[in-house]
Design a protein around this ligand. Sequence first.
Ligand code: NAI
Ligand code: OAA
Length: 333
Amino acid sequence: MFAARQTFNLFQKRAFSASASQASKVAVLGAAGGIGQPLSLLLKLNPRVSELALYDIRGGPGVAADLSHINTNSTVTGYSPDAAGLRECLKDSEIILIPAGVPRKPGMTRDDLFNTNASIVRDLAKAAAEAAPKAHVLVIANPVNSTVPIVSEVYKAKGVYDPKRLFGVTTLDVVRASRFISQVQKTDPAGEKVPVVGGHSGVTIVPLLSQSNHASIAGETRDALVNRIQFGGDEVVKAKDGAGSATLSMAMAGARFAESLLRAAQGEKGVIEPTFDQGIDFFASRVELGPNGVETIHPVGQVNEYEQKLLDACLVDLKKNIQKGVDFVKANP
Ligand SMILES: NC(=O)C1=CN([C@@H]2O[C@H](COP(=O)(O)OP(=O)(O)OC[C@H]3O[C@@H](n4cnc5c(N)ncnc54)[C@H](O)[C@@H]3O)[C@@H](O)[C@H]2O)C=CC1
Ligand SMILES: O=C([O-])CC(=O)C(=O)O
């Protein structure tokens, strides 16, 4: 039985009853990129967002000008690509999403992105810790298993770390899991809830099919499904053939997680969204969100022997990925 402190969570939709008119500033860092643009578009369409703040080292103001013509009430501002622009972008933000960083090309692992993305995320985290220490930070940039610990180390060093407000966005794994299982079972993906725990790369992604509506899936069908969920990102990297990785599905997943945080912040109870949260040991579990971020960390629950083996394999890699992020900040503060 696996019962470690994990912070991936399950998806659960509930009727909305809270006010959507509350002011909420949301910042996107890396807003002009493949993920940043559609993510910003979805946020512009979200009535819970009152102010959209866009930052990128290139192209932020252009994306903002374009989005600002959409006839929803939120304001959109693109900030200058310098320290002052970044600070202004972050100031008073309730949520900060970080899709800034390079994506994979065929043949690369997410860990191969570490050398480039670690310093990008560290520097953005420093700015966020100074300008908006109370904001919820949603890390999208890969390798998430290492970039989330990087943010946490930066926040600790600045004395503003609150583990309840730091999230690694792995929502896409749960989105994929529900879609892929629906294709196998010929069902509506909207009704499929497959918990995915662990981390966000290869074998650290652990789908718990035994806790889905289709616990009886076994044998080759199960193996193929689990493999597809674990390596779904590679499918897109291969199909894009050098032009990057998942952007549109990631934008949907990121926007949905931001929406869940806003729902929770605006008073809705019982918001449980499929996403990775770094928790105590950077090991994922189901998380209920509240106004201050993580409200309750649910246990992983009952797993079968097959899933226990997946979890064992996950932990070996995940621990190394976490340590790599921690060590990076220690060596390169
Ligand atoms: N968590 C997840 O499930 C997923 C994560 N990703 C990751 O998201 C990241 C972004 O992917 P894409 O949008 O496709 O890449 P992209 O290259 O299209 O966009 C990245 C953007 O970040 C900007 N940028 C770079 N350094 C910056 C800095 N210091 N400050 C602000 N902006 C900066 C770039 O100018 C660019 O516009 C990658 O690391 C990718 O691996 C991608 C898909 C899913
Ligand atoms: O595969 C990648 O590099 C991007 C990613 O994290 C995903 O699509 O899950």
